[in-house]
Design a protein around this ligand. Sequence first.
Ligand SMILES: NC(=O)c1ccc[n+]([C@@H]2O[C@H](COP(=O)([O-])OP(=O)(O)OC[C@H]3O[C@@H](n4cnc5c(N)ncnc54)[C@H](O)[C@@H]3O)[C@@H](O)[C@H]2O)c1
Length: 288
Amino acid sequence: MSGERIAIIGAGTMGQGIAYVASVAGFEVAIADAAPESLSRGMDAIRSSFRGGMDRGKISPEQHESALGRITHHSTLGDAVRGAAIVIEAVPEDMVLKRATFAAIEAGAPATALLASNTSSLAITEIASAVQSPERVVGLHFFNPVHAMKLVEIVRGRLTSDPTVQRAQAFAAAVGKTSIVVRDTPGFATSRLGVVLGLEAMRMVEQAVASAEDIDTAMRLGYNHPVGPLKLTDLVGLDVRLAVADHLHATLGGDTYRAPDVLRRLVAEGKLGKKTGEGFYRWPEGES
Ligand SMILES: NC(=O)c1ccc[n+]([C@@H]2O[C@H](COP(=O)([O-])OP(=O)(O)OC[C@H]3O[C@@H](n4cnc5c(N)ncnc54)[C@H](O)[C@@H]3O)[C@@H](O)[C@H]2O)c1
């Protein structure tokens, strides 16, 4: 498996992280983005991940050189997916965009390629209906930051075949992750549970129950969460969280996933968290 070509579509937060772990694991990585500035920002972030990996003693300078050399970047999706064994889509959380991207991927990738989406919440079955061979479409949900988070949630669409799930499991293991297999339901296992905590923490900020920092400290020290729910929202991206919340609200109903006003307001103001310098905290330090 190692040495195969992995195409990654979207060089944002997640595309960068997946490119990093796949290249360190020995895969040839071809990454593409529709926006030239996002592609160059993504490549800068990948280089900085390698420097971080060396600083933490996770990779040697030789590994750094060879792994970075295995990554190519492309301005068109067609160039990236050509010859790919696995294609991983990591474009924004929008069904229309995902379906269009999958149709383009199928047109350019080998007929044997595994077609995976990194969606946090959207239905794999619906994404897969955009292609002629839905049996090779699967959810491959990585977590942020990809190099540190050990889980990959594999989502089995209604028509996903057993060999596809097995290839997804093998790939997750090859990049050093533990995987779980989840039926295609809104928010899968992880987002469905994790988003509840984040949204409730935001409602608590709105109701002045405590400061964002104290709410996060409550969950870190009282519940042993490595990161509090509001800081995690900043790391994920408030726009990403809002899209997921809106989707879960529309599909699961009730009030649990109704997006709090503070989330909608911050997104409208362009305060998307770490990636724009401000969300519930101010970045790069992550201070409140
Ligand atoms: N951010 C997280 O913590 C996180 C965690 C798990 C899963 N996800 C999921 O991963 C996916 C990507 O999220 P992200 O946070 O990396 O988003 P992002 O906004 O950081 O990056 C998305 C990238 O896709 C590019 N793009 C947009 N349209 C494109 C197209 N047609 N072709 C190629 N590239 C295109 C954008 O220019 C951007 O660089 C989403 O489905 C999201 O729900 C995100």
